[in-house]
Ligand binder design. Structure first.
Ligand SMILES: Cc1cc2nc3c(=O)[nH]c(=O)nc-3n(C[C@H](O)[C@H](O)[C@H](O)COP(=O)(O)OP(=O)(O)OC[C@H]3O[C@@H](n4cnc5c(N)ncnc54)[C@H](O)[C@@H]3O)c2cc1C
Length: 396
């Protein structure tokens, strides 16, 4: 996994800080090792040079955030050890494995993987059944399902992972690390609880032998109180599941009635966090820092957390690589800025759930959601259309 590199050991800050800075115009001071990839200097972008900080990090949780972070940080020369609560043989990414290919290609490339090797189904249209027998179709522009189990396993290749370690803030073995990263997702095992935390119960089945349906399909519940999903995984396999604040999970038993041949391979579930970062403070506690769903990086309208968690990882990595000490106030600022509009989306969802959303009174909130989603259309993997969004919200 480690990149080829030349390490120049220096104890002379002046030499490294000034001469090399002159040369590369990029290097921060006070580092004692400068790592230069063994490639022709002039062909590489200046951002590809990095400083080896020798920071020792414990990553708690080997989900999407923990695996990606571990991969990237080890490649950058940091000392990484991952602690995962589940046993290796039972470890499974609880998720419906749907996300935008447009973003996952880049994340994969950053981690030395080719995303094409993991795609299971390329979506074209998503059918959405709405209350009162209304139907909408979303044009898909990159939404795929992918083998998240394999993707995470490949990210973790060559990393030191300790399975079967359920960590708490009192776990002694964590005291040997400079930083402890809480990547425990919904559990947020190492950070204080947030009084504004809001979660939605959900569960799903991994099924095979599904006939007659091979495209993304969802049923939106009245009052945006949840939805049923069918996410195709190719070759007659799919995830079917639901998140539902009322725990009725409409659509699941109906699916099995209509598809008696479908065979259940796994039943899995856990709640999904809908409260956005603004409501999940603090992001750190002494040397414990939260990354991913543990600090609310989930898009509240959809309960979609893969890409937000990976974006959060990139922000973390960027800040860690600036200096040998982690600037937690800058991290907080950048996370709140990046995921700022998630709070507007969250307010829309909660207002809708309480039957209080009014298109005139809450016009500013609705416009914020539309403009930001439109700007990030590629990251969602489906077309964002104002009229359709209005129709959907009215129908729910
Ligand atoms: C049923 C379901 C379907 C979903 N479908 C989608 C989808 O299709 N697309 C999408 O974008 N998002 C989806 N999501 C949301 C998405 O899966 C999460 O937001 C995302 O996985 C969060 O990543 P994470 O790494 O922060 O946490 P996770 O992926 O949840 O990983 C957390 C890891 O930490 C481990 N852990 C927990 N506590 C401890 C502890 N104390 N010590 C050690 N290890 C611990 C867990 O075992 C787990 O491996 C879904 C969620 C659910 C529940």
């Amino acid at each position: 996994m480690r990149e080829n590199k030349i390490i120049i050991k220096t104890s002379n800050y002046f030499l490294t800080g000034s001469l090399l800075n002159l040369f590369y115009n990029h290097l921060p001071p006070c580092q004692n090792e400068i790592v230069i990839p063994k490639e022709p200097l002039l062909t590489r972008n200046i951002n590809n040079f990095y400083i080896k900080n020798n920071v020792k990090l414990a990553i708690v949780g080997a989900g999407v955030a923990g695996s990606y972070l571990g991969n990237r940080l080890q490649r950058l020369g940091h000392q990484i050890e991952i602690f995962e609560a589940t046993k290796k043989e039972s470890h499974w990414p609880v998720c419906a494995w749907g996300a935008s290919k447009n973003m996952l290609e880049t994340f994969s490339k950053n981690a030395g993987l080719n995303f094409d090797n993991y795609v299971l189904h390329y979506g074209k249209k998503l059918r959405m059944d709405l209350p009162e027998e209304k139907i909408e179709y979303l044009d898909l522009k990159g939404l795929v399902t992918y083998d998240k189990y394999l993707w995470e396993a490949d990210l973790c290749h060559g990393l030191k992972i300790n399975y079967g370690f359920h960590c708490t803030p009192e776990s002694d073995f964590l005291s040997n690390f400079d930083y402890i990263i809480d990547c425990t997702g919904f559990h947020r095992s190492l950070l204080p609880r947030s009084p504004q935390d809001f979660i939605i119960p959900s569960y799903e089945f991994l099924v095979e032998n599904v006939k007659g349906i091979d495209e993304f399909y969802v049923i939106g519940y009245k009052g945006a109180r949840g939805y049923f999903w069918f996410f195709p995984l190719g070759n007659g396999r799919a995830y079917i599941g639901a998140g539902d604040i009322d725990r009725r999970y409409f659509g699941i038993s109906e699916f099995f009635e209509k598809n008696p041949h479908a065979k259940v391979l796994r039943k899995i579930g856990r709640p999904i966090r809908l409260s956005p970062p603004k409501r999940m403070l603090p992001f750190h506690n002494e040397n414990i820092i939260g990354v991913g769903e543990s600090i609310g990086c989930v898009f509240p309208l959809l309960g979609e957390g893969i890409i937000p968690s990976l974006i959060c990882c990139n922000i973390f990595i960027d800040i860690l690589n600036r200096d040998s000490t982690f600037d937690s106030s800058l991290y907080k600022k950048r996370i709140l800025k990046k995921f700022g509009y998630y709070d507007d989306v969250y307010r829309i969802v909660r207002l809708k759930m309480d039957g209080k959303l009014n298109s005139i009174k809450h016009f500013k909130l609705l416009m914020s959601m539309y403009r930001n989603m439109k700007r990030e259309e590629k990251r969602f993997g489906f077309g964002i259309d104002f009229k359709q969004m209005n129709r959907l919200l009215k129908a729910l």
